[in-house]
Design a protein around this ligand. Structure first.
Ligand code: SF4
Length: 174
């Protein structure tokens, strides 16, 4: 008899032990907006969707699958539909915390953090970016710098219209 542990013993009793209740029913996949947009192959290993984004880093190690916990909007639909009541968003957040301990923060995220701390600059930059990329992209990009992993198997939709904040402001004025 061969027992494949794949990190399960490690999960027993640590902050991820809720994940051991997963019965692989797939309900979280079918309700996940990210899974619906990118499909199963994008997750790169056996388990896709929210359960894969938690399981894969735990089984292969965070270094191998560090992007998966970040590929989530944390909308919470997965937890709502999970028959085993696994707190998937909480586990994804914990993996993100753990990831910051084992890897360096990418420069693109540092840049985003800079703009996020300066809201006025952020809004101007976002409006400029949407305007420019919308014109250049004409609907979608076949290749986009820094997004090669995405564009290798699908087009990247070009931003359209106005920023969320501009649309929100208009809505409030109506
Ligand atoms: S809904 Fe819950 S039990 Fe079903 S696959 Fe997802 S995490 Fe596992």
């Amino acid at each position: 008899m061969v027992l494949v542990d794949n990190g399960r013993s490690e999960m027993l009793g640590n902050e991820f032990h809720d994940m051991l209740r997963c019965i692989r029913c797939g309900a979280c996949l079918n309700h996940c907006p990210v899974y619906g947009a990118v499909g199963g192959h994008a997750y790169g290993w056996v388990y896709p969707g929210p359960m894969g984004s938690v399981l894969t880093p735990l089984m292969l190690g965070l270094k191998e699958a560090k992007n998966l916990p970040n590929a989530s909007t944390l909308c919470g639909r997965c937890e709502e539909v999970c028959p085993m009541q696994i707190p998937l968003p909480k586990l994804l957040r914990q993996l993100r915390v753990n990831e910051t301990k084992v890897s360096r923060v990418p420069w693109a995220l540092k840049l985003w953090a800079f703009f996020a701390k300066h809201p006025r600059l952020y809004h101007r930059f976002a409006a400029l970016k949407i305007g420019l990329l919308g014109k250049i992209g004409r609907g979608a990009f076949r290749y986009f710098p820094f997004a090669g992993g995405w564009t290798a198997s699908r087009d990247l939709p070009a931003p359209q219209g106005e920023t969320f904040m501009a649309a929100w402001k208009k809505q409030q004025e109506m």
